[in-house]
Design a binder for this molecule. Sequence first.
Ligand code: B12
Length: 229
Amino acid sequence: MPIEMESYFQPKNPLFMLAKGYFADLQAGDRRAASERILGSVEQGTTVADIYRYVFEPAQKELGRLWQINRMTIAQEHFCTAATQMIMCQLYPRILSGTKNGKVFVGASIAGELHEIGIRMVTDFFEMAGWDTHFLGANTPSLSILDHLETAQADIVGISATISPHVDLVRQFIQQLKSRQSLGKVHVLVGGYPFNQDASLWQSLGADGFASNADEAIEKATRLMELET
Ligand code: B12
């Protein structure tokens, strides 16, 4: 990571004031105010997708920036992350309420990988786009993911890795998937920090696609499904 980095809250953010206020609530240790601010905004018509795009994602990245320059302790960073996850849960009645398109998406972080908010956001975007989704969370062993893909009759699996040494596990996972006959039709999307740094990494691993954010993930998935028909 570069040493000098701009804040992730920039005035061009369409929810700039909401995002700043939310972050200030969390920094003050006030989860209740943070939650009320988000739920109030959603009540007034802000979409859950926009809260994810313009509030939660920059807030998470800002945590990393402040931690890196020693302006936030690890404990504060954990507190804010846990609070954001708690508030995301409060939005599920809205996330799970749309009509379905009959397609199944499974999202997981590879074994050893503890970063799970990115793939959770991606999975929730699939849910909001009408897919049936299965979010398996952090640190999921490859064989368990593969077995789950069979049970869930998945169309697409999304695998997340943030820490570079985990990239090789993603490669091994893809090889295992491609060699299992029963999973011949399952497409693999990958994403996370190392894939954002090197735009051709996904191809060298044998994945079917990569996306740098949740909106792009839906676009890529739609294209993969169109290619099938
Ligand atoms: C919260 C956090 C943690 C939490 C995670 C908790 C949790 N439940 O997820 C904890 C405390 C566990 C953690 C631990 C560590 N962390 Co950390 N962490 C972060 C932090 C602050 C936020 C992560 C986050 O939520 N981002 C927000 C999401 C929305 O963004 P995202 O993950 O990039 O996801 C988006 C896209 O990448 C994409 N995407 C992601 N996955 C996928 C998957 C698919 C299929 C697709 C299509 C797209 C996609 O779509 C998402 C939505 O747009 C980041 C800072 C940052 N800049 O992200 C550091 C950061 C990622 N961590 C970092 C580090 C170094 C670590 C540790 C090694 C620290 C340590 N010394 O112990 C450990 C490693 C633990 C492990 N084994 O995995 C570094 C990574 C640098 C690197 N890769 O080289 C960062 C960047 C901090 C920094 N400034 O240096 N961390």
